[in-house]
Write a protein that binds this ligand. Sequence first.
Ligand code: IMP
Ligand code: MG
Length: 183
Amino acid sequence: MKQKCYKGLTFIPYIESERIRERVAELGGEITSRFEGKNPLLICVLNGAAPFALDLFRAIDTDAEIAFVRLKSYEGMESSGKVKEVLGLTDSIKGRDVIIVEDIIDTGRTMHKLMADLSEMEPASLSVATLLFKPEALKCPEVKPDYVGFEIPVKFIIGYGLDIDGLARNLRDIYVLKDESHQ
Ligand code: IMP
Ligand code: MG
């Protein structure tokens, strides 16, 4: 694994694909034990969570389903900045065991809004799986992910779904921005 350059920035290897694969298998095992016989519904938040969600889905060894949503951002009136609307959920989730699958939780605002919107649809249970979690960046303490791939410091990450201006999502490994002097 060598460094990568996007937009004039240099990124260095951070989590290699084999470690991601092992961790996803562990999370799949945990979900399998918890939801055995319950047919959970994974809700993947596009675009970033797609690689993780599909790998996690295949790591679950009990009946499960998957659906994909997009979040449409628009500027809200509140100080929290962008408010997001859930698009693409066609079937009812009422009474379902829903697991939201995200690539990364940073401030937690996206997840907070998504959880609020999905809760209104009356699932039997609502849990959260995120590949990456930056606990020190969290601004919404109500957001407590149930399944976390890796807890990381407040750093900018790309690869395995995570992008910089739409690029780098196809990298198999995860990379971190080399120059951290802005922190
Ligand atoms: P939050 O609402 O602040 O938790 O932000 C979540 C969203 O910000 C994620 O779904 C990503 O799209 C984006 N994001 C946060 N941190 C990173 C990062 O380190 N790399 C790439 N995207 C990120
Ligand atoms: Mg995302």
